[in-house]
Design a protein around this ligand. Structure first.
Ligand code: AMP
Length: 578
């Protein structure tokens, strides 16, 4: 059977893993790193991916895109230079790069993949992820939930355990909570809850908004009108956010319009950070409580709390867990890596690998899925009510039926509107799609209509309507309202991505050093700046000259200079000047 790779397609970073010789292992990218920043940029009309694109975003924000996972399943476009992409296309660029890294590592072509998504991703977002896989030339064997993937790693390495785990997954843009029981190799997810627009980046944005306000600027105005200032501000806040791990107070410099640092500095204490992010922490609490309630678990019945996702490193998060569960969280496996490793374990399960033959795993549907119905109060009809067909936390795959009735005599038309959510009224839930029927048989009101929802292992929903009176069946795999989802559009997107010229891999590493050095320039005083700029110019000339010796000596000079200026270049994936 073909190799199936496991991919964690993250908001900020993506990783790839494979199940090999009885265990999951990570696949390094062309820079020898496991984490590839989910960033796409354009240099000289060629695409660059990963750390280089992330660095480019700081100096030339219009030439790079980040955080596009947050726009999966929507109509939003991203302009990079002269080209326009949607979120699945940009995700496809990342997936294509990871696929190529895997092929290089394994020494053969790779066609199949398991891709992880936040448990709280809705139908549109899951389909957009599947589409991204297709555009990248991958056959997406399974979409699995990120916390489920993390759980698989813990379950795989501890198959004899008998315990209850809570997985807290706070990534760059999404938050999921999952409760799971492991018993004699069987892994049973009992509940999942979360929010698909809450992650570490929200903490960074709050810091940036507060800091700009203290400096007398308006965040929205900066965000929309001053991209260079905004990009630099976010980078500085990201670094400051991490420093709270060992500092009580951080100083954040204020950049000017071009993104270059001024002398103005704003300090933020850890209490202030706690205060300005209190609303985000409150939002974290809700899904944790809901997951506990749904699986009828008390905090002290949870044996281990497992952290997943880079943002769980914030002490605000670990303190919150310690307070609620009265125990330290467990990070036996690197929170950045465990999801990709779990995707590889899932790939082994699909392939019936011997190493996982004793493992059985069940997952749940994280949210309720249902349709709009009209309620009758006395003689009054009131529409807009939500009738759940599949209740949240039902074990998947699941197929359930509800019977609804026509409202009028000889009613010929019916619109089955499909929603996801927990609210009583459909207006407060997310609309996923609709199924229109306009040939109902003539019949007095009250004719029964059977509505069946089937939710598969990938989290994709199919709706089926059966009219016993006419014997007719109608069905649809819900289509997204967002564009680029039909076959023609797909073909167009595949060709568009295939036609892109990618920056040569070997040159990319050097290009990244250049972009990194350029991103440091804005953080220096005028004298330091001049000397660094001279070295960057020489390095660029050497890079374009093709003279290996000349190139190597200028590269060394540049590396030494960066270190002496307090901005050592690390080929770390975060591209941070630490
Ligand atoms: P992920 O999508 O799992 O890679 O998570 C990325 C998020 O984790 C970003 O919002 C980062 O800012 C955040 N993050 C990573 N490391 C740290 C850290 N040491 N302290 C605070 N936040 C972090």
């Amino acid at each position: 059977m073909e190799t199936i790779i496991g991919i964690d397609l993250g908001t900020t970073n993506s990783l790839c893993a494979v199940f090999k010789d009885g265990k999951p292992i990570l696949i390094p990218n062309s820079e020898g790193q496991f984490l590839t920043p989910s960033a796409v940029g354009m240099v000289d009309e060629k695409v660059i991916v990963g750390a280089a694109a992330k660095d480019l975003k700081v100096n030339k924000p219009e030439l790079a895109a980040l955080y596009f996972k947050r726009n999966m399943g929507t109509d939003s476009d991203f302009k990079i230079g002269k080209k326009v992409f949607n979120a699945p296309e940009l995700s496809a660029v990342i997936l294509k790069t990871l696929k190529e890294d895997a092929e290089k590592f394994l020494g053969h072509e790779v066609k199949d993949a398991v891709i992880t998504v936040p448990a709280y991703f809705n139908d549109h977002q899951r389909k957009a992820t599947k589409l991204a896989g297709k555009i990248a030339g991958l056959n997406v064997k399974r979409i699995i939930n990120e916390p489920t993937a993390a759980a698989l790693v813990y379950g795989f390495h501890d198959q004899d355990a008998d315990k209850k785990l809570m997985i807290i997954d706070l990534g760059g843009g999404t938050f999921d909570v999952t409760i799971m029981e492991i018993f004699e190799g069987s892994l049973e997810i009992t509940s999942t809850a979360g929010e698909s627009f809450l992650g570490g980046e929200d903490f960074t944005f709050r810091m940036a908004a507060w800091t700009l306000q203290q400096a007398g600027m308006n965040f929205e105005m900066v965000e929309f009108r001053k991209p260079e200032l905004m990009a630099r501000m976010l980078k500085l806040c990201e670094k400051a956010k991490r420093s709270f791990a060992d500092k009580e107070e951080v100083e954040i410099s204020i950049p000017d319009e071009k993104g270059e640092l001024t002398d103005q500095k704003i300090s933020m204490s850890s209490e202030q950070f706690t205060e300005i992010t209190a609303e985000l922490m409150k939002r974290l609490e809700k899904p944790v409580i809901r997951a506990l309630r749904d699986s009828e678990t008390l905090p002290d019945e949870v044996d281990e709390v497992i952290l997943v996702g880079g943002a769980t490193r914030m002490s605000l998060v670990t303190d919150f867990i310690k307070n609620l569960f009265k125990k330290d969280p467990c990070c036996e496996y690197n929170p950045d890596q465990v999801v990709a490793l779990g995707a590889a374990v899932q790939a082994a399960l699909i392939k019936d690998d011997q190493a996982v033959e004793d493992m059985v795993m069940t997952d749940v549907c994280p949210f309720s899925l249902g349709t709009e119905v009209t309620k009758v109060f006395g003689h009054q009809n009131q529409d807009g009510y939500f009738l759940p067909v599949i209740h949240r936390n039902s074990v998947i795959p699941v197929s359930r039926e509800e019977v609804v009735y026509t409202m009028y005599d000889n009613q010929r038309q019916l619109n089955i509107e499909v929603f996801q959510g927990e609210a009583r009224k459909v207006k407060d839930n997310i609309q996923l799609g609709e199924l229109k029927i306009d040939d109902l048989p003539k019949h007095p009101k009250g004719m029964p209509i059977h509505v069946r929802f089937s939710y598969d292992m990938n989290g994709i929903l199919e709706v089926e309507v059966f009219i016993p009176e006419s014997g007719k069946k109608y069905s649809t795999v819900l289509t997204n309202h967002a564009k680029h989802l039909d076959e023609d559009d797909l073909q167009e997107a595949v060709e568009k991505i295939q036609k892109l010229k990618f920056y040569p891999r070997d040159d990319l590493r050097n290009r990244r050093l250049l972009l990194f050095a350029e991103s440091v320039v804005g953080e220096l005083n005028v004298y330091e700046r001049q000397s660094l700029e001279e070295l960057i110019d020489t390095f660029e000339t050497a890079l374009n000259s093709g003279d290996k010796d000349y190139f190597e000596s200028t590269q060394n000079h540049l590396l030494v200079k960066l270190s002496s200026l307090g901005h050592p270049y690390k080929s770390n994936p975060e591209g941070l000047t630490e």
